[in-house]
Ligand binder design. Structure first.
Ligand code: ZN
Length: 278
């Protein structure tokens, strides 16, 4: 199609931020710092490579995800522990905070709840920023590797994609059957994954995670949570996923009480009255 005469003028229109977040002030630095104080370890578990595990975190507790042996991408799902219908909303979190999240950002729940499920209180990869390729760490772009897309693009069945790992983990934690658990699995936070959009065609890319042994990210649970974490079969996601080819490492999850735990007040669900104009 022939471009119109004013094509460049149209392209030159300045963008505006879709969701100005001035009404969502960044967490008080003193409050963030308190999440690191008076730590009491309560529970720990290891997520084996190419597998998933679920765990429960009470409101006001902190959970830390780390790479105890080497770079490993983790796919994280979150649910309200008392109502699986309230789950992490990757898309709105992206719209509010950007394509990659870090210290001070929140992970929001789906409609009609739309409240913080966690606040990120520490991130050892905060230094990374956005690299020359447009890549950043901890993205809310990707959805999770899954056996359906794998079959679509490559043929064959692979059973240890993050989608399947999360499904098994949720089923094991809740007693649901796999069929009942699967619809609750949702778009993830890609912990430690380095991703972006190519500069030429805005295609989704991944590159080797900059995480190293000992890197970690910490979340304060704003409400009682069931979380599920998959150690992606892509390992550091430098080349492939949805196969057994990549070198994979475990992920470590540690749950702590902290100085905020005893007095934490969960945020209320969104106040919209649900009228929808009727
Ligand atoms: Zn994956």
């Amino acid at each position: 199609m022939q471009a119109p005469d004013d094509a460049e003028a149209r392209r030159a229109i300045a963008p505006v931020i879709c969701y100005p977040t001035e009404a969502l002030p960044a967490p008080d630095p003193a409050w963030l710092a308190a999440a690191a104080e008076d730590r009491v370890p309560r529970h720990a578990l290891t997520v084996p490579p190419r597998d998933g595990r679920a765990f429960r975190v009470r409101a006001g507790q902190v959970f830390r995800i780390s790479c105890p042996e080497g770079a490993q991408v983790g796919d994280l799902n979150l649910w309200n522990a008392h109502d699986l219908a309230e789950r992490f909303f990757s898309g709105k979190t992206r719209a509010l905070h950007g394509t990659h999240v870090g210290r001070g950002d929140r992970l929001w729940s789906c409609l009609p709840f739309l409240r913080p499920m966690t606040t990120i209180v520490a991130d050892s990869l905060d230094w990374y920023g956005i690299d020359a390729h447009g890549g950043g760490v901890h993205d809310v772009i990707g959805t999770r590797c899954d056996p359906y897309t794998h079959r679509l693009l490559s043929g064959g069945d692979y059973h240890h994609c993050c989608h399947s790992n999360l499904t098994r983990a949720l089923a094991d934690e809740t007693g649901l059957t796999l069929d009942a658990a699967e619809p609750h699995v949702h778009d993830v936070l890609n912990v430690f994954m380095c991703t972006g959009f190519t500069r030429d065609r805005n295609r989704y890319f991944m590159k080797a995670s900059p995480a190293r042994q000992g890197d970690c990210i910490e979340f304060l649970a704003e409400i009682d949570l069931i979380a599920a974490l998959s150690a992606c079969p892509g390992g550091d996601c430098s080349a492939t996923h949805s196969s057994d080819e990549a070198t994979c490492h475990p992920l470590l999850v540690e749950i702590f009480d902290c100085a905020l735990t005893a007095n934490h007040v969960p945020p209320p669900r969104n106040g919209y009255d649900g009228g929808h104009g009727r």
